[in-house]
Structures are given as C-alpha cells and as structure tokens.
Design a binder for this molecule. Structure first.
Ligand code: SAM
Length: 273
C-alpha cells in the first residue's frame, strides 16, 4: 500500500495547535516546556517514556554516537535519547506533519542542536552508507510492507559493528488483528511479521542478538490500566488521543484484546554487527 495512505493515517492537519491547546488545558505554558511535560503525547508507543528509558539502558549508546531514529514520530524518544545519552540523534519519519512538530518541540525544549528530523521513507532512506553508529526504532515496522527494503536500509546505514535497538509489535499466533489499532484503522496498512521471522531476517544481514525479550505482559497491563483510568475519569487533557483522535479509546480496547488473544506480541531487541 502506498506511503501516502500511511501518512494520511497519521496526519491530523492541525496537530501543532491541538497539542498547544491541550498543553494549556493541562496547566502548562507551551512557551516554557520541559521535555518531560510532553511525554504523555510524544512517546507514541506502548508504555511510553518508561519503555524508552528501558530501551536506552539496553541499547547502551554513548555520547560520541550518532543515532538514527527510524519512524521518529513527533520526537519524544529521540529527545529522551539525546538527553540521557548525550548523543546526537537524527529522526526519520514519513509523516511531514510529525517532522515539522518534532522540530518545533526540539526548539522549544532547547534540544535543537542535538536532534534533527528528516522527512522520508524507511524503505529508501536519504542517508549515506554506514552513516550511523546506532539505529533505534519503536513501533514503526508494523506499517512497512516491504520488510526486505526496511531491514536492508537499516543494515546499509548502520556502520559495521554498530548497534540496532528495536521495540516492536509483532504478530502472535492468535489470528488476525482486531481493528482499529493505533497504527492502522484497517488491514491495508498493517504488516506484522512474527518475532521468529524478524530474528531470522536480521541475522541474515549479519546482526547478532545481544538482547531479546518478550514484553507482551507489561504491554497488556499498560492498556488495562489506561482503560480503567479513562473509565473512571474520562480522557486526560494530554494523551495519545491528541495524535489519534476520538477512536483512541476503541484502539486501546482492541490493543488489550489483541494482546490477550495472542494476535500481537511486543519485543525488545538489541542486535549488533
Ligand atoms: C506509532 S508511531 C511511533 C513513533 C515513534 N517511534 C514513537 O515511538 O514515539 C509510527 C511512526 O512511524 C512512521 N512511519 C510509518 N511508516 C514509515 C516509513 N515507511 N518510513 C518512515 N516512517 C514511517 C509514522 O509516520 C509514525 O510517525
């Protein structure tokens, strides 16, 4: 399916103003933001900032590294990486609206010197061979049909001996996914691979496993707690519904079902080579 369709799934059109209004409704001043203020919205993956912190610890990037974040969204993970590791991060994302907002937010929190964002397709990356010491990606590959191109591009831009950190949703054994989910409202733009195929395909490109963990159970606990909170209090002023719209609640309920019925799983992966 075309990249335009994936981009239109994520594009809202008025995201920057919607986010700044929501920040004000949450009692924050959009002109004086701390990076952590944005975490309920800019960490667009299961378990949010906590999952990013875990992956940063597992990946072990250093201040000298230049890391590529593939599918960087509105940039929460890249900014957290830059802050915690002291490294330089380039984010690549298909969705123009996300790239523009990621740049604005980096400026607002004083990180524009260490993070930059490029619009582009992970299946044909606009970078030189061996350009990065590390590649980082979270919850992106589910939208990519051509896994061969994606893994080939990751290998090509990662220098020999570099490290790949991945936090991904993969297919389980329970059958087809209940839609809508946060990455797709219908099956056309959803392309899940299994954990087994992911490992085989990355090893075939010379990457060796340094860490592999199934993180499905904490993912289910995350959605269960989110749904309980929304049932009791309604949606919070700041949350992923600002990115995804009013069907976020239905998406969260489907995510819980998909995880409980083994239709999807979640993996944390670090590979090197
Ligand atoms: C669920 S969001 C995750 C964003 C970010 N990784 C995070 O965790 O906050 C998925 C992101 O992948 C991007 N994406 C999907 N397909 C892509 C592709 N072929 N190339 C680059 N980015 C892509 C989308 O635009 C979206 O920003």
């Amino acid at each position: 399916m075309s990249q335009t369709t994936v981009e239109s799934h994520y594009t809202r059109g008025d995201l920057e103003s919607a986010l700044f209004q929501a920040l004000e409704a949450a009692g924050l001043d959009p002109a004086h933001l701390h990076p952590d203020d944005l975490a309920p919205v800019d960490e667009f993956h299961i378990r949010g900032a906590e999952a990013t912190r875990e992956m940063i610890h597992l990946a072990g990037f250093s201040a000298e590294d230049h890391v590529l974040d593939v599918g960087s969204g509105i940039g929460g993970p890249s900014r957290q990486l830059a802050r915690q590791c002291g490294c330089r991060v380039t984010g690549l994302d298909l969705t123009s609206e996300y790239c523009a907002l990621a740049r604005t937010l980096a400026e607002r929190v004083g990180l524009a010197k260490r993070v930059e964002y490029r619009q582009g397709d992970a299946q044909a990356m606009p970078f030189e061979d061996n350009a990065f010491d590390g590649v980082w990606t979270q919850h992106m590959s589910m939208n990519v049909a051509d896994k061969d191109s994606l893994y080939g591009e990751i290998r090509r831009v990662l220098r020999p001996g570099g490290r790949l950190a991945m936090y991904e949703i993969v297919a389980g054994r329970g059958g087809t996914v209940h839609f809508p989910v946060p990455w797709a409202r219908s099956p056309e733009i959803s392309h899940l691979t299994t954990a087994e195929n992911l490992e085989v395909d990355l090893r075939a490109r010379g990457l060796e496993v340094r860490y592999w963990n199934d993180a499905t159970s904490p993912a289910a606990a995350f959605f269960s707690a989110m749904l309980d909170r929304v049932r009791e209090n309604g949606p919070p002023p700041l949350g992923l519904h600002i990115l995804l719209g009013p069907d976020m609640r239905e998406m969260a309920a489907n995510m819980l079902r998909n995880l409980e019925e083994d239709r999807i799983r979640v993996v944390q992966v670090v590979m090197e080579g």
